[in-house]
Design a protein around this ligand. Sequence first.
Ligand SMILES: NCCCC(=O)O
Length: 396
Amino acid sequence: MNVNVPQTVPTSASVVIIGGGIMGTATAYELAKAGVEDIVLIERGELAGGSTSRAAGGLRCQFSDEANIMLGARSLEIFRRFEEQMGQNIDMVQSGYLFLLDNEADAEKMAANVELQASLGQSSRMISPAECGELNPVIRTDDLVAGAFNPFDAHCTPEAAVAGYAKNARRLGVTILRGVEVTRVIAEGDEAEPGSRRITGVETSAGPIAADTVVCAAGAWSKKIGADVGIGLPVEPLRRHIVVSEPVNFDPRRLPFTIDFSTSYYFHSEGGGLLFGAPEVEDTWGFSTQQDPAWLEVLAELMERRTPMLDDVQLRRGWAGLYEVTPDHNALIGKSSQVDGFMYATGFSGHGFLQGPAVGEIMADLYLDRTPLIDISGLSLDRFASGEVRKEMNVV
Ligand SMILES: NCCCC(=O)O
């Protein structure tokens, strides 16, 4: 796609969505599907070009928090039917998700999570180290105490999902602006008088757009959007690396998305090869997505420990992207209680892509004052003021 294509920029909109990743495009599509008109989505680069296209693409319901379990499960339902309903192939591979547990403390906590997932209708189960090895023959199992597995978890290609949402949003009348930057979100009203402030529009690199509602779906770049209207969104960018391999000499598509839980080293099939991810030794906070060659040494050690059979895999190319991290590793989803018309879907802390479809539906429900299918009240920004933070344990 060429961002220099001339685009007609409207001067007003019902809703301005900031961010053309999975959250923004899913929200635009769901709002339009619900009959909302005059929606404008603004992306300063290319669609999916921020964090979504750099994500691993894992789809799972295996979380410790009920809201995350349900967001993952609902999104999986939508992703399973995506190609049929949206006319877009997303390279869905439903080979399950396998968490490898190498100590009793993690296994005990994971068993409680699995019980919660099962009580919510999910097919997750605890399995033995031997079964871990049967499901994924390229892992070392001698130091494992257990695994957690869900056969219906999956992975797919994130930018393909964004392309599908964008295509269908456009078909339903959404204006999508690429290569246009929101330079300021505007609110009017007296900051000293609670409840009097409301969104009136945005200024952009292509001119102003008047709007009563702004949705912040700007991922790692959300803090500035909130700050424009005096809202503190506690979202910090954290760099993460991924690398993909040349094709391997076995069929990788039957391997589950596998996570070595104590180290957060993970891998899954990517075409005929494999995709690998892992944290850095020291977290690198900030907006740099420059690759650090030292990370490859970290990865090599983790691979040697858990997957020595993959020693001869040839790595082909890699990249770094940004997580959008909140203090409790849970998303911020809701309508502002401070500024009327300011909505947010951000802070997904490394598990956003897999929640995108459900969040799109929820944002449409919130806009239309409908009760969402999933209770996300606990993911409101207000939890940080009230001290009701909720820590997600299954963070990778
Ligand atoms: N956060 C990237 C690894 C995939 C996952 O969290 O399931």
